[in-house]
Write a protein that binds this ligand. Structure first.
Ligand SMILES: [Zn+2]
Length: 74
């Protein structure tokens, strides 16, 4: 098994999986990142897609990594 394979539904650093308005959910604390709202904690302006978040961005609630976020379908 390749080390870069992530389980189904995880973001896994693959920007192709998500659209500009796709919301993602932290798998640790269930914090939701909504591109329409941005992120006040990291001073991310509204309208910023998850894929455009800076590399150092982490979950504002639990410090989880971007790769730990799960795509919310629908
Ligand atoms: Zn979290």
């Amino acid at each position: 098994m390749r080390p870069d394979v992530f389980f189904n539904g995880s973001y896994g650093g693959d920007a192709d999986k998500i659209e500009a308005d796709t919301r993602l959910e932290c798998k640790i604390c269930w914090h939701v990142y909504d591109p329409a709202e941005g992120d006040g904690y990291w001073h991310i302006p509204p309208g910023t897609p998850f894929s455009q978040l800076p590399e150092h961005w982490t979950c504002p609630q639990c410090d989880g990594a971007k790769n730990d976020f799960l795509v919310i379908e629908g």
